[in-house]
Design a protein around this ligand. Structure first.
Ligand code: XMP
Length: 525
């Protein structure tokens, strides 16, 4: 219902989120999409996002050819935000100039309560979040100013008849105190969108799409990682095609404490989803013998995973008498959004896919058609969808776990010390259980233990000991890209340290990692 043309703002995804929070389906397409692409979605509202460029710069992104004509003839309203407002002004014959002062941050604006964007406000003053250098100097014919900053700059414009609106500030960020209400008026009072998007309708439409794509006879495979995304994707596809979905879970010997049993129990007993569990730990650990370079470890694990998956697919083909044609992946919306490249990079819009996004990085050349049922969802929406389908909450709220597993938490050669992985699993389990017991788990983005390849001197039971050192890491983050270490109370850390040294006899020293990312990374390798 709402198509957002992306001009590279860091807030574009947030606009999409805010619209969906109003139960209106939104999608993001690159700013240089063709008109056909935009119109193929039959939008009720077109939003032009912000962006880092200046509309006056040579080669600055512009609207798809014919967009305004299409919107006029089909009566589709347009809302430009920040760069989007300037695009409207510039494209329709007004003038945009470099502002005398750049306006950044929170500021008060005065709005015209006669505009549909503000008509049921109780006051014509509100605080908004501004971030721009250019300003609209003269408006195109038929437009009028409906909001000004305290310095007199144009911050909101409208052409009520053509239903074209522009906001120089960012209504989607929470610092714009009544921004969401303004967006709501654009969606419902201006564009007459329906509140038809919710998780149940997303679920129903996804089931129909999957059934159409896979059909009534074909088979699909899915590699489960033990993480939320692959679990929700598999549950969804299983609902759509039943046991024609074949899931595989590879235990590569680098998993958390009792992970194989937990995954088996959850999928087979709780979700009734058949899973082939392959115990490849010996095979994987043999391949890791003597490998201590972190990137070589990652590559060895990825390559082995692909080999195991391929063997699983070949066996399945022999059993079925034909090949499974589809591969289900838990790719999420933020992983696939086509975004604007940085200004001046000379690149065209690129299809950005995070390298970590799919289980084991299965290459497309394996010859499957991809089914990515979560491609339109954000992480919290995936969690809601999982809950709606009966995936247990403890599973849904699990911290992220890296593909190479404990290998990146057991520094150096993971086979050098025969008990290293077991020690690491025991310590990690004690730490995670304590987080749950003290109600801290959900406040933390990711927490885990690290096994260090060193020993230190201690004193245990009147005797000197020479045993292992383990590190604990707990971070807060919104996406794993930047992170801060979690401030535990001293009492909590003391309790965890006691439990670890009392229960895991190989460890006599526990350290807590107090570095943020950057300069550190989340993982130790
Ligand atoms: P770093 O250590 O790069 O981690 O700060 C950021 C996030 O990514 C996870 N991570 C990985 N995930 N394969 C994965 O699937 C990997 O090789 C990998 N390395 C790091 C890490 O756990 C954190 O959530």
């Amino acid at each position: 219902q709402c198509v957002i043309l992306d001009y590279g703002s860091q807030y574009t995804q947030l606009i999409a989120r805010r619209v969906r929070e109003q139960s209106v389906y939104s999608m993001i397409v690159p700013g240089d999409s063709t008109l056909e692409r935009v119109t193929s979605y039959k939008p009720r509202l077109v939003v032009l996002s912000g962006g880092p460029n200046s509309v006056m710069a040579e080669g600055a992104p512009t609207v798809p050819d014919g967009l305004f004509e299409y919107c006029a003839s089909e009566q589709v309203p347009v809302l430009g935000i920040c760069y989007g407002l300037q695009l409207i002004v510039h494209s329709l014959g007004g003038e945009v100039v470099a502002g005398e002062t750049r306006e950044y941050g929170r500021m008060e604006v005065t709005t015209d309560l006669k505009s549909l964007l503000y008509h049921d406000e109780h006051s014509d003053k509100q605080m908004v979040w501004m971030s721009h250098g250019d300003v609209a100097k003269t408006l195109p014919d038929g437009f009028r100013v409906v909001g000004r900053s305290s310095t007199g700059a144009v911050v909101a414009i409208e052409h009520a008849e053509r239903r074209i609106y522009g906001l120089q500030y960012h209504p989607e960020v929470m610092h714009s105190e009544r921004g969401v209400e303004t967006l709501r008026r654009a969606l419902f009072d201006v564009a007459k969108c329906d509140r038809s998007w919710d998780m149940q309708s997303a679920l129903d439409s996804q089931l129909a799409t999957i059934r159409t794509k896979i059909g009534n006879t074909k088979h699909a495979v899915c590699a489960l990682s033990g993480g939320v995304d692959s679990a929700v994707a598999a549950t969804l596809v299983h609902k759509a095609i039943g046991d024609r979905l074949h899931c595989v879970f590879v235990d590569n010997g680098l998993l958390r404490y009792k992970e194989q049993e937990r995954v088996r129990q959850m999928f087979k007993e709780h979700l009734h989803l058949p899973v082939t569990i392959i115990d490849a730990s010996e095979r994987q650990l043999t391949k890791l013998k003597g490998v201590s370079d972190p990137e070589k470890k990652r590559k060895a694990i990825g390559a082995e995973f692909i080999a195991i998956f391929q063997e699983f697919a070949e066996k399945l083909e022999r059993d079925l008498g034909h090949k499974a044609e589809f591969l289900v992946q838990g790719t999420l919306y933020p992983d696939v959004i086509e975004s604007c490249p940085p200004p001046g990079s000379g690149q065209k819009h690129s299809h950005v896919i995070k390298s970590h996004h799919n289980v084991g990085g299965l290459p497309e050349k394996l010859g499957f058609d991809l089914v990515e049922p979560l491609r339109w969802l954000f992480k919290d929406e995936v969690r809601k969808l999982g809950l709606l389908m009966g995936v247990p909450e403890v599973f849904i709220k699990r911290h992220p776990f890296p593909g190479p597993g404990l290998a990146v938490r057991c520094l150096g050669d993971v086979t050098a010390e025969p008990r290293a992985l077991d020690v690491l699993r025991d310590v990690d389990e004690i730490f995670i259980n304590a987080l749950r017991e003290f109600d801290l788990y959900d406040q933390i983005w990711q927490a885990f233990a690290v096994f260090l390849p060193i020993k230190s001197v201690g004193v245990q039971g009147d005797q000197r000991s020479h045993k292992h050192v383990v590190g604990l890491r707990a971070i807060t983050s919104s996406d794993g890209m930047t992170a801060d270490w979690f401030r535990f109370s001293g009492d909590f850390l003391a309790e965890v340290s006691n439990r670890i040294t009392n229960q895991v006899s190989d460890v006599n020293r526990v350290v807590y990692d107090i570095t943020s990312k950057p300069p550190s990374t989340v993982e130790w390798e």
